[in-house]
Design a protein. Structure first.
Length: 118
């Protein structure tokens, strides 16, 4: 994570904590998050329409394979969007909190692996 992304993440996390205590800020946070989620969801829709999404790939290699599932329903694509957004948030936090444990290269590899498994 470069210095600009680190600062953006610090500001975002700070805003999250403030939005938990102030409904007005929570509304701003929800609107911003909704816009980002809509953008990710639109990308997933396009990938699905283009036949670029895989089917039945387990989300964690140590777990037994999940039964094949065609991400053709709205709920399944919504779930994929949430999963990707949660992964980005989590990796961003871990990069800031645990720099000795998680490198930028490793975080990128994890994120790209998640995208490849779609």
């Amino acid at each position: 994570m470069d210095a600009d992304r680190a600062q953006e993440t610090r500001l975002e996390v700070s805003f999250w904590s403030r939005s938990l205590a102030t409904e007005e800020l929570a509304e701003v946070q929800r609107a911003e998050a909704s816009d980002l989620r809509a953008a990710v969801r639109a990308l997933l829709d396009r990938a699905h329409e283009a036949g670029e999404l895989r089917h039945g790939v387990p989300s964690a290699p140590q777990r037994p394979p999940a039964p094949p599932k065609d991400p053709s329903t709205s709920d399944e694509l919504d779930d994929l969007a949430e999963e990707l957004l949660a992964l980005v948030d989590g990796l961003s936090l871990h990069l800031l909190l645990y720099p000795g444990r998680l490198s930028r290269e490793r975080a990128e590899r994890i994120m790209l692996g998640a995208i490849e498994r779609l």
